[in-house]
Design a protein around this ligand. Structure first.
Ligand code: SPD
Length: 287
């Protein structure tokens, strides 16, 4: 194994609850948009990366942990996948993974901050890949909370929430009103998924989210994986459906269409990731 030589540059850290999570690199862009502070960096270990309000969002050489974990468990298990809604996800990584599924015919990506899209396209083009020019892809620079509130009942097969942490512009992506609308706009047989924070660094937020989503949809379970630069590195995504825990059963034809191009996700990985629920969380969720 070779180790990259130490380069000059500064430590760029996310600070959370008395711990810092950092990469060595240099800042390429630092700006205040209408919604948040956006930082684009070039790091020694993971290539170019993005922070919002000082929190890690993505980086070129580890983004697949996050995007594959959010997308394929939903896209491989929903009854149909023709119409997909992505709320947040302005770097394009979630849309890119969705559009690898040939069954997706129409994808709305609703991102509140157009500067996240512009800067991702300019500095992190590999993350969105071909999504920006895919005829199935529709970029809506708009508030995802309002979009979900105004969308028609049963209008999407899959709803994915790729927001940031529950402070700042993403705060409203964690509450009852928002999740109720996500449930309402999901078609029968549809699957909902959201990033659901760290079971270690955001333990109570994580547990409260899973409980709330389960109450509203009827069925919801967290899946556990890793995003090395996020707080604690240990992360979760929560999947929900109204007609039973269909997100547990992978459709083999869908899986076959994407598995070879995945670095992390596979049907076996998915089964294991749902099963690695830590005992203390299982006790809280199933008292
Ligand atoms: N602490 C990070 C929470 C997850 C943020 N979403 C990442 C965006 C990647 N598309």
């Amino acid at each position: 194994m070779t180790t990259a030589p130490e380069t000059s540059g500064n430590w760029i850290d996310e600070h959370h609850n008395g711990v810092r999570y950092g990469l060595k690199g240099r800042v390429l862009v630092e700006e205040q948009s209408d919604f948040q502070r956006i930082t684009v960096i070039d790091s020694q270990r993971y290539g170019k990366g993005l922070l919002l309000d000082g929190c890690w969002m993505t980086a070129e050489h580890q983004e697949r942990h996050y995007h594959e974990s959010l997308v394929h468990p939903a896209l491989c298990t929903a009854a149909a996948i023709e119409r997909v809604l992505v709320i947040g996800g302005g770097d394009g990584g979630t849309a890119r993974e969705c559009l690898r599924h040939p069954g997706v015919k129409h994808l709305d990506l609703v991102e509140i901050d157009g500067r996240v899209v512009d800067l991702s396209q300019e500095h992190l083009p590999s993350i969105g890949g071909g999504c920006w020019n895919d005829p199935r892809f529709h970029l809506r620079v708009a508030d995802g909370i309002a979009w979900a509130a105004e969308a028609e009942d049963a209008s999407y097969d899959v709803v994915l929430v790729d927001g940031s942490d529950p402070t700042g512009p993403a705060e409203g992506l964690f509450n009852r009103a928002f999740f109720s609308n996500c449930c309402r706009i999901l078609k029968p047989g549809g699957v909902f998924a959201t990033q659901s924070e760290s079971p270690e660094a955001f333990r109570q937020v994580h547990i409260d989210m899973v409980k709330l989503i389960r109450e509203l949809f009827g069925h919801a379970d967290p899946l556990y994986g890793w995003v090395p630069m996020y707080p604690s590195g240990w992360w979760s995504w929560t999947f929900a459906a109204k007609d039973g825990p269909r997100y547990l059963t992978v459709q083999s034809e869908r899986a076959a269409a994407v598995a070879e191009g995945c670095a992390i996700w596979s049907p076996r990985w998915q089964q294991g990731a749902f099963n690695t629920i830590p005992a203390f969380i299982e006790r809280e969720l199933n008292p």
